[in-house]
Design a protein around this ligand. Structure first.
Ligand SMILES: [Zn+2]
Length: 254
């Protein structure tokens, strides 16, 4: 009898294998990001059918084989069922999961990314916060957890604390409006957008999705986060292409 390991986490992605099985990528507190084989998980009567869907949170019982884990059982606490009927939310969720997969590893306590995913998926299903804003908050906070992110507190030239300024895309940081340097590629960031950026970097996780922005402030914040993603995340995400295709369908060129 093999030792069963219990790991609390979520399903990041699931792939069909063979006729009835699945291979799932789990992000867990105890084991970090792992791949697990779920035998028979695509059979209609399998108890693993529902618990191996992406975004499902719970406690997974696994045993370790030579090359991968095998999923034995799962006790699910949150299915995020709302995702099932909201194609756009699913597209965002897949993108969030892909970023999490990029940042995480096996054998590392990944509870911070796990908790961020949880509150972010909740926020996607909350009508009061627009999903494009949820996306930018998630991207920035994921960068913060990983330790490399846009510097939005002090002027890179004179060091003074900022309430507005210019973001230098190539350098990943801000300068104040008084400081001049070379003619860098910059984004002008007014107080509302800068406050939002600073808030997302520092606030406790449970308060992360507690604000909205006017569209001009959102556009400034979006440009800074976008530039940060380009500078600090060296990968093109497949799920982002899907998401962008969906958005183009929804908002035909004006
Ligand atoms: Zn300055």
């Amino acid at each position: 009898m093999k030792d069963i390991i219990e790991a609390a986490g979520m399903v990041l992605s699931a792939m069909p294998v063979g006729e009835y099985d699945k291979r799932v990528v789990l992000l867990t507190k105890q084991l970090g990001r792992i791949t697990a084989f779920a035998r028979g998980a695509r059979r209609q009567n399998s108890p693993l059918l529902a618990s191996t869907r992406p975004f499902t949170f719970g406690t997974f019982s696994l045993y370790a084989g030579r090359n991968s884990y095998t999923l034995q059982n799962a006790e699910i606490t949150e299915y995020f069922e709302g995702m099932g009927t909201d194609l756009e939310a699913v597209a965002y969720g897949c993108y969030f999961a892909e970023i999490a997969e990029y940042y995480t590893r096996e054998g590392v306590d990944e509870s911070q990314m796990l908790n961020l995913l949880y509150v972010s998926l909740k926020a996607l299903l909350t009508a009061s916060i627009p999903n494009p804003l949820v996306r930018r908050i998630y991207e920035l906070r994921a960068m913060v957890i990983n330790g490399e992110y846009p510097q939005v507190f002090q002027c890179m030239e004179c060091g003074k604390n900022l309430t507005s300024g210019k973001y230098r895309k190539q350098q990943g940081g801000m300068i104040c409006l008084e400081c001049r340097g070379k003619d860098y590629n910059t984004v002008l960031v007014h107080d509302a957008a800068l406050y939002a950026l600073q808030y997302v970097v520092t606030v406790p996780l449970q308060k992360l999705y507690c604000f909205t922005l006017r569209s001009d402030a959102f556009q400034e914040m979006e440009q800074v986060v976008e530039a940060g993603v380009n500078r600090f995340i060296d990968k093109k995400f497949h799920s982002l292409k899907v998401l962008e295709a969906l958005q183009i369908d929804k908002n035909p060129v004006k």
